[in-house]
Each structure stands twice: as structure tokens, then as C-alpha cells.
Design a binder for this molecule. Sequence first.
Ligand code: NAD
Ligand code: IPM
Ligand code: MN
Length: 369
Amino acid sequence: PANKSLLVLPGDGIGPEVIGEVRRVVDWMDKRRAVSFNVEEDLVGGAAIDKHGIPLADATMDKALNVDAVILGAVGGPKWDELPFERKPERGLLRLRKEMQLYANLRPALCFEALVEASSLKPEFVSGLDIMIIRELTGGVYFGEPRGIETLENGERRGINTQVYTTSEIRRVAAVAFELARKRRGKVTSCEKANVMESGVLWRQEVTKLHGESFSDVELEHMYADNAAMQLVRQPKQFDVIVTDNLFGDILSDEAAMLTGSLGMLPSASIGDVDDTGRRKALYEPVHGSAPDIAGEGKANPLATILSFAMALRYTFDHGEDADLIEKAVQQVLARGIRTADIMSPGATLVSTEDMGKALLEELDSLAA
Ligand code: NAD
Ligand code: IPM
Ligand code: MN
């Protein structure tokens, strides 16, 4: 029975292209596995602006609040870059994150063995890499007040954003990091800039306090975010779980993506607390954007988004074995030398977005046979 509900928001640029391949995987799960979905599709970002004049309609927001999980492609593009700030495509995504209260963004950077050569780092640095970045997603400078652009008396203009964190915002995301570390290699690296920012001082104090109260079995290390950026390319395997604020997490996760070969490989899960109805709101999306430079050309790598659906199976639907199946299929497709352009290497077979999706289904078929 189709008892599980999914809201699919393809968005802009390569969003619809990569989501198309996710739809195939969802259909495959429907047919072949003991899991079935009610799928509804809607608009977000530039696509919603073109239809409704705003980047996320209230009706879409309501749907997002009432499904088991949301899967999003990507938003944004040059067509909408000159719009006033509040009406930009990116605001649609930020509204989803904020109103769904998705404060923890899990961004795993996992290097598939077949892609060791695709990384810009030497193989020995990335082989076997498995890092989990937990990015705080509903606070910090993304949402802090005051914000805006104002004109001063002397005619100068001033752009303002404010980095703000409260103790509870820090504690709840740190708890997610500690809990995940317990199921992994037991180490958390907390990143801020406590040397120059009060919000960083508070961050460090609260993480340390929570650690002492409830998670002293986990190893905790503090690291300035700039040093963390350097350490990620110097010796990435020193990390297990990284927990950091909204902006540093955005930057460090793009950086970590390149360790795995391509931004086109990195999935993410954004989760909140369990609500009154016992449901944990969640949104799954690739870490990459709408890639205007390759949109419409069938070149996009759909694996980040497909792996995001695998995260939905694991974290929302408690179907870890089906998530494993997808991850195994990805591994096998890559081992067969099937590559989209972003992960292409000499001697491999270059395929389109669609052919990558089809090749993945073949692997799923053979794994489930
Ligand atoms: P981007 O992630 O869209 O692209 C960066 C580079 O990576 C580009 O060269 C692109 O071709 C490549 N790339 C990204 N995803 C790929 C994939 N799946 N396969 C192959 N190559 C891929 O970042 P950008 O260019 O800085 O931003 C473009 C637009 O996307 C902007 O409007 C930005 O605001 C938006 N954006 C949206 C999201 C999101 O929706 N979550 C995330 C990041 C950026
Ligand atoms: C991401 C993106 C978004 C962010 C933008 C599109 C709002 O870069 O999801 O990483 O900055 O959070
Ligand atoms: Mn980003």
C-alpha cells in the first residue's frame, strides 16, 4: 500500500533533470521492494516565481509540512538573479528549511572506491574517506536580525547581516552530532571562530557543556573553522563528525565534496525534531545547486540526488536495507566505469544524466534478482 508520502520539488536548472532519475528509482522501489510511495510534485524557486510570482507558494509550504518527506532538486539561476532579495528563488528553499524547522543538515562526504582517481587529492588521502558534516541550518547569519541594505547620511550604503546563536540552537544541533558520532567512529570536531566571534565563544562553551553532561563517551575536539578548511584538504581522514554553523557548514561541505570526486556526488538530509504526531520533518536534497552552466544539456550527475533519496529511505522511512541497496548499486555502476562528465576519467564510459539513471536501475535489478 502507498502509505508513505513524498513531496517532490524539482526546482530549476539541472534540478528537474536529476529529479527525473530519482523518480525512476522511486518507481523501481514501488515495483520491486516492500515500500511504496504517494508522490506529489510541485514548484519551488524560479519555477514557482514564473508561475506564482513568489519562490514558494503557501499551498506548497502546507504540503511540505504534511508529508513524510520532501525531496528537492535545486533552485536558482541567472534568470532570477536580479530580483529583490525577498523574491529570489533561494528564499523558497530557506523558507522550507525555516518553517519545517530543519535545524540539522547532514552532509556525508563519502569517497566511493571507484572514484578515488576523480578527486583532486592524491588517492591515499581520500581512499576510504567517510566524513559526516552536520551543518546548523535554521540560524546564524542566514537568518539573524538586523539585516538589510541601508543608505547612510553621507550617501554611502551599508549591507548588514547578523550572526546570532542561542544556547538551545547550539545544543540541539550538537546533540545530533554526538548521537551520530556514537554510531560511527566516536569523534566530533566542532568548528567556529571563537577567537574572533562571541557567537563562536558561546558555541564552544555550549558544545563543551553538553558533552560533559551527556556525551563524555564521545571524543570532542574544537577547531577554528579556517583551520578546519585547511585540515580538510591536508588530512581529511582525521575527521569523523564535524558540527558547525550555517555559513561555515555551507562552505566546508562544498569543500568536502571535492574530496569525493564531485559536487555531483554529495547528498544531504535536513532534519528537525519529532512533532506531536510522531513525525520527524525532513527534506532531502543534493548539496549542489542548479548548475546553470550545464543545465538542459543532459550532463548533470544525478547520483547526489539519488543518494539523497537513499538517505530518505534510511532516516525517514526506516528502510535501511533499501538505502544500502541504492548505495551498493551506485558503487557497482561506478565500478563498471560508467561516468557523467563531472567524474569522467580516462578509459571510462561517458554517459548522460538519463543513461546514468538507467545504468543504476540495471544494477538495482541485478542486486535484487
Ligand atoms: P552549483 O552547485 O550549481 O554549481 C557549481 C559547479 O558544479 C558548476 O560548475 C556545476 O556545473 C557543477 N555541478 C553542480 N552540480 C553538478 C552535478 N549534479 N553534476 C555535474 N556538475 C555539477 O553552484 P553555483 O554555480 O554557485 O550556483 C548556481 C545556482 O544554484 C545559484 O543560483 C545558487 O544560488 C544555486 N544554488 C542552489 C542550491 C540548492 O538549491 N540547494 C545549492 C547551491 C547553489
Ligand atoms: C546550499 C545552498 C543554499 C545555502 C542556497 C541556495 C540558499 O548553497 O544548500 O548549500 O546557502 O544554504
Ligand atoms: Mn551551498
